[in-house]
Design a binder for this molecule. Structure first.
Ligand SMILES: *[C@@H]1O[C@H](CO)[C@@H](O)[C@H](O)[C@H]1NC(C)=O
Ligand SMILES: *[C@@H]1O[C@H](CO)[C@@H](O)[C@H](O)[C@H]1NC(C)=O
Ligand SMILES: *[C@@H]1O[C@H](CO)[C@@H](O)[C@H](O)[C@H]1NC(C)=O
Length: 382
């Protein structure tokens, strides 16, 4: 018995070694220039070598423009034959890139669109362009900075008390900041915007969403989340502040969003939740936050419209196709949240910890009459 176990062990090890060697070979084959090899170093920072190799190999095949075009051969445009003219959508970060593409597409189809943007000048310009290009006047601008928890609570509560219709919330706003900065609330900026902001906006808008007979929340994550395993114990990334890596922070936040979306689906069965990743698209955000990546990829990057396709599809077709709630999508298809053999699964305890800490952090920013009683307050959220 012992002998055959040993054989089994070596057999598995041999397969793994072969797999890794083949992946390295495939991966190196993607590069032609010597300086590309140098970028290996950058690629390996912040995660395991294995995950990064598999991620990059998968990405080059699937997350690029070519990957989109291959996937699009199987798209069924009848999925989008839904009258959404009576529906109301809210899209955060919609003054450019994927958010703006989504706003425009929904406006063209006659929906009411609430654009939530941080900058008034850019927001007004984008709103005018969406109205102009869609010919739809039911487009509204709201100013909000998703890194400011108190502002989000106020905005959401005002929206709820206005009794305006809201059928679909699209959590698209995000940032990738490369320096470690704590804001006036002692929150790290990437986490405050991408995770806590999304958590507070969504949970505070539940009363509005619950009034809709077909409420939906679509959260725009990123393929970068594949390289990270959820770490709910250092949300503010205090332990990483000295060698801070914005790409890592972003990947963690995007992983957190996918877990949040899946757990919300269980907690709120009357609302349909989905998360997705857009692949690698040429947006202003990608150009400014990852200039080297952006330059290297060049025209391999998807257009913003291609990146936004699955967001729009979820916004429209999910109601038609009766997709299960809580799934993660790539190119109109539910996909795994993990790369093969990547050991990025989190435990129930880790996932519950994330949600508890977010709720506890949120409670600090509620008006004083809504603060939890002392007994309900946990220890430090970090
Ligand atoms: C949209 O609302 C109008 C007015 O309430 C109603 O007459 C119409 O049937 C609705 N259309 C759809 C597709 O629900
Ligand atoms: C808003 O956007 C405009 C136009 O891009 C820019 O000039 C301005 O500095 C921005 N304002 C803030 C507060 O970021
Ligand atoms: C959109 O803007 C262009 C250029 O400013 C203008 O000529 C056109 O009439 C506008 N279209 C609509 C529908 O407002």
């Amino acid at each position: 018995m012992q002998h055959s176990n040993k054989c089994g062990y070596w057999h598995t090890a041999a397969i793994l070694v072969t797999l890794v060697v083949s992946l390295v070979a495939i991966f190196l084959g993607l590069f032609t220039q010597p300086e590309d090899i140098m970028s290996l170093k950058a690629l390996f920072a912040g995660g395991t070598v294995y995950r990064n190799i598999v991620w990059y190999t998968k990405g080059m095949k699937e997350f690029t423009r070519g990957g989109y075009e291959t996937a699009a051969r199987n798209f069924n445009d009848e999925d989008l034959d839904v009258d959404i003219s009576n529906l109301s959508y809210m899209i955060t970060g919609s003054n450019s890139g994927l958010g703006k593409c989504t706003a425009l597409e929904l406006a063209k189809r006659g929906a009411t669109v609430h654009m939530v943007c941080r900058n008034e000048t850019r927001g007004l310009k984008a709103k005018d362009e969406v109205i102009n290009e869609s010919g739809n006047e039911k487009v509204h601008l709201h100013l909000l900075d998703l890194s400011k928890p108190r502002d989000i609570v106020k905005f959401a509560r005002d929206f709820v008390s206005s009794e305006k219709q809201l059928d679909v919330l699209v959590n698209n706003a995000g940032c990738m900041i490369h320096e470690y900065k704590l804001d006036e609330n002692e929150l790290e900026t990437n986490f405050a915007t991408n995770t806590l902001g999304t958590y507070i906006l969504t949970t505070e808008l539940l009363p509005s969403l619950s009034r809709s007979s077909s409420a939906q929340v679509v959260t725009v994550s990123s393929g970068g989340m594949y390289t990270e395993k959820l770490d709910p114990y250092d949300l503010n990334l205090a332990a990483r502040q000295d060698k801070f890596d914005g790409t890592f922070a972003y990947g963690q936040n995007k992983r957190q969003q996918v877990v949040m979306s899946r757990l919300w689906a269980v907690k709120y069965p009357n609302i349909h939740f989905s998360s997705m990743h857009p692949g690698w698209a040429a947006t202003v955000a990608v150009q400014t936050s990852m200039p080297d990546f952006s330059a290297k990829m060049g025209d391999k990057l998807r257009t913003p419209e291609q990146g936004a396709d699955t967001i729009t599809w979820l916004c429209i077709a999910a109601r038609n196709l009766k997709l299960p709630s809580g799934l993660f999508f790539q190119d109109r298809t539910a996909v795994s949240e993990h790369l093969p053999l990547a050991r990025s699964h989190s435990s129930d305890v880790e996932e519950a910890t994330l949600m508890e800490r977010l709720e506890q952090l949120k409670s600090k920013f509620l008006p004083s009459e809504d603060q939890p009683t002392e007994q309900l307050k946990l220890k430090s959220a970090f």
